[in-house]
Design a protein around this ligand. Structure first.
Ligand code: FPP
Length: 249
């Protein structure tokens, strides 16, 4: 197993608390969150991570105070116009994942332009989940398959989902001290290694990402197998299985 996760996913939690602790409006925390995200994208590119997926706005975030929702929309539009030129130079390919139908035309155009501008890049795939929910993704994939009369199987669902362009995440990080998935990558995170840190997202930096990766490197990924099988695939040989099955009979 490679000690470097090929695909890292992050729930960037704690912006609001970071701001409140400093008597700032919550949106100031999100703004600092963009700075932390920029550093994280750069670091992933430098160390050779292939895919970074972040949860920037959930399907449920519409329930936040209107000024925070509009602040996040504005922040996205501003961040795109500022960051895309450098991301383009750095070889980062951007993908927006989520339901675009209820986004404003301005935001939608911003996403499309960012994707088009970086479409030729191959160094790092950067997925930004925006107006995204894991349940939404599973439901929209099933609905599309049903509408085209295709069978619903694990493989067909996987390929109809919004993250079908990348492999599943190896490491899923959540900052901010909470230990839950919150409707993020429900399908794709089936075998992700989970890593929780109390750091608030604006305080998450390169060293914190390295610490998460070092923790991941010490995990044993078994994908349903036993530890012995992972250590020595020969222990899964059929003749050995039949010998062992005598103990079960
Ligand atoms: C969760 O923290 C964070 C979000 C809902 C938004 C994440 C967005 C960014 C990091 C900025 C990048 C996004 C764009 C739009 C480019 P929280 O507000 O729930 O924090 P809390 O748990 O402390 O209240």
């Amino acid at each position: 197993m490679s000690s470097l996760p090929q695909h890292i996913a992050i729930v960037m939690d704690g912006n609001g608390r970071w701001a409140t602790q400093r008597m700032l409006p919550r949106v100031a925390g999100h703004k600092r969150g963009v700075d932390a995200l920029r550093a994280c994208v750069r670091h992933c590119g430098e160390i050779g991570v292939g895919v970074l997926t972040v949860f920037a706005f959930s399907s449920e975030n519409w329930n936040r105070p209107p000024e925070e929702v509009s602040g996040l929309m504005e922040l996205l539009a501003v961040a795109l116009s500022r960051e895309v030129p450098q991301l383009k130079i750095d070889g980062v390919r951007m993908h927006f994942v989520g339901d675009r139908a209820s986004l404003s035309e301005r935001v939608r155009e911003g996403l499309e332009q960012a994707e088009a501008a970086t479409a030729g890049n191959t160094k790092l795939i950067f997925n930004i989940c925006f107006n995204y929910g894991g349940r939404w993704d599973i439901a929209q994939a099933a609905a599309r398959l049903a509408a085209s009369h295709q069978p619903i199987t694990e493989a067909s669902l996987h390929s109809a989902m919004a993250m079908s362009h990348v492999s599943d995440p190896d490491l899923l990080i959540r900052t901010g001290g909470e230990q839950r998935i919150s409707n993020f990558l429900l399908w794709q995170a089936a075998y992700a290694e989970l890593y929780f840190t109390d750091l608030l997202w604006p305080d998450f930096n390169e060293a914190a990402l390295d610490a998460a990766i070092a923790d991941y490197a010490g995990r044993e990924r078994r994908f349903g197998k036993t530890s012995a099988q992972v250590a020595s695939p020969a222990s899964a040989r059929p003749e050995r299985q039949s010998m062992l099955s005598r103990w079960v009979a």
